[in-house]
Ligand binder design. Structure first.
Ligand code: 6PG
Length: 476
């Protein structure tokens, strides 16, 4: 047994993770259900480092030094369970099974508990950064036991992206915490992408600009506070021309956004925890709406005259307004995501460090951005921050952006350009900062039709008004 770590499942993510490990000097056992993939990995990349290929699971496990660490990189759900079932009888107490797929954290909690019962460690690990990240340095979010991290930490921290000498990997917490954090990462990714898409749509409508011209605006934005991987690739995608037609690439792509499910899971979990992640939810629903082609066609036919017109805009002012609205909305999306992580951490007793989470998202992952360093600073300075929105740097940006944000959302509504994520972020902000909310009326209605009771602003207790009687108030 010579390999320090193994990877089973050699589709592109598994293959690239294995290569990344080997390139960093680790001896890597590799295995795939169909051996062709294992052979082609060795044929094409065997020279990059020390691989120990096996064609059977038993040989693969036998090639690992103890305690064994096996990375499973197969499809989430049934395929992951199938590989775990195959591995279990071959492993011994103290061995570690690492699931690097996008598993649901509840599945991870179940698997962790089951394997713990057999003396095994199960480490649900979020990995972000796509194919390139897996090869050149992803952001890695491992859950699981402290003991498992003692073995895995030094390996994962080596192969992760590095930002200013700090690896984009840290132990998130027990059982499902790593996959939970990765899930929320993806939720934020959905919101970030939707906000970018709305900004593009607004610029296109407001300026009658071409995608290539808008690409230049994104390139410019990427030199400032908005600097991020997603803004960078937005410029690339918008500047791209379709070879077959000579048209802008973005104009030949069918406008129906797909999803594999992590955004949906984020919203479902937020509903369970009672956390209003409105920007993430709207982003997820916007993808669903785009996919309802029949309804869209019917509504287009029914409302041919409904499109408004954009007010005449001064180009420079408008671009700056959209930039500020994008930054403010993006801050809201991240604030909501971090609220969600805090709520999950409390619910499941994970002890997640929010500043630490921001630290490992600074590089490697899809939402990597300059301002994640500000999030890290904000939570490091005040771990119990009520919301990221009020941390000084963010409060300044949001406060300064409010007039622009309102203009953009109002102009979009007048022009009939849908901005669900911009608008819901602004509504969340206005909801949080309101002196009084009409929630008071909702309480009154609930009490009226269902005797659901209410609290008063002026004295403690629970009250009910006898709506069907003399309308006097009784203490409930
Ligand atoms: C990442 C990505 C990655 C994947 C998403 C895409 O962090 O590297 O989030 O996990 O690209 O699962 O999700 P959708 O297909 O749902 O957009």
């Amino acid at each position: 047994a010579t390999a320090q770590i193994g990877v089973t499942g050699l589709a592109v993510m598994g293959r690239n993770l294995a290569r990344n490990l080997a390139r960093h000097g680790f001896t890597v056992a590799v295995h795939n259900r169909s051996p062709e993939r294992t052979r082609s990995l060795i044929a094409e990349h065997g020279g990059e480092g020390a691989f120990v290929p096996s064609e059977s699971m038993a040989d693969f496990v036998a090639s690992l030094e103890r305690p064994r660490a096996v990375i499973v990189m197969v499809k989430a759900g049934g395929p992951t369970d199938a590989v775990i079932d195959e591995l279990m009888p071959l492993l011994e107490a103290g061995d570690i099974v690492v699931d690097c797929g996008n598993a649901h954290f509840a599945d991870t909690r179940r698997r962790e508990e089951a394997l713990r019962g057999h003396g095994l460690h199960f480490v649900g690990t979020g990995v972000s950064g796509g194919e390139e990240g897996a090869l050149h340095g992803p952001s890695i979010m491992p859950g699981g036991s402290d003991e498992s991290y003692r073995k895995l930490g030094p390996i994962f921290e080596r192969i992760a992206a590095q930002v200013e000498g700090t690896p984009c990997c840290r132990h998130i917490g027990p059982d499902g915490s790593g996959h939970f954090v990765k899930m929320v990462h993806n939720g934020i990714e959905y919101a970030d992408m939707q906000l970018i898409a709305e900004a593009y749509d607004l610029l296109r409508a407001g300026l009658s600009a071409s995608p290539a011209e808008i690409a230049e605006i994104f390139r410019e934005w990427n030199t400032g506070e908005l600097e991020s991987f997603l803004i960078e690739i937005t410029a690339d995608v918008l500047a791209h021309t379709d070879a077959a037609t000579g048209r802008p690439f973005v104009d030949v792509v069918l406008d129906q956004a797909e999803q594999k499910g992590t955004g949906r899971w984020t919203v479902q979990s937020a509903l369970d925890l009672g956390i209003p992640i409105t920007a993430i939810a709207e982003a997820t629903f916007a993808r669903s709406l785009s996919g309802h082609a029949d309804q869209r066609a019917a509504a287009r036919r029914a409302f041919t005259e409904a499109g408004g017109t954009f007010p005449g805009v001064d180009r420079e002012t408008f671009v700056e307004d959209v930039r500020r609205a994008l930054l403010a909305s993006k801050i809201v999306a991240y604030a909501q995501g971090f609220d969600h992580i805090r709520a999950g951490s409390r619910e499941y007793d994970w002890g997640i460090d929010l500043g630490g989470t921001a630290t490992i998202w600074r590089g490697g992952c899809i939402i990597r951005a300059r301002f994640l360093d500000r999030i890290r600073q904000a939570y490091d300075a005040e771990p119990e921050l009520p919301t990221l929105l009020v941390a000084p740097w963010f409060a300044d940006r949001v406060g300064a952006g409010v007039p622009a944000w309102r203009r953009v959302v109002a102009d979009a509504a007048r022009a009939g350009v849908p901005t669900p994520a911009f608008a819901s972020s602004l509504a969340w902000f206005d909801g949080l900062r309101a002196e009084r909310l009409p929630a008071a009326l909702i309480q009154g209605l609930r009490d009226n039709f269902g005797a659901h009771t209410y609290h008063r602003v002026d004295r403690a207790g629970t009250f009910h008004t006898l709506w069907a009687g003399d309308r006097s108030e009784v203490e409930a």
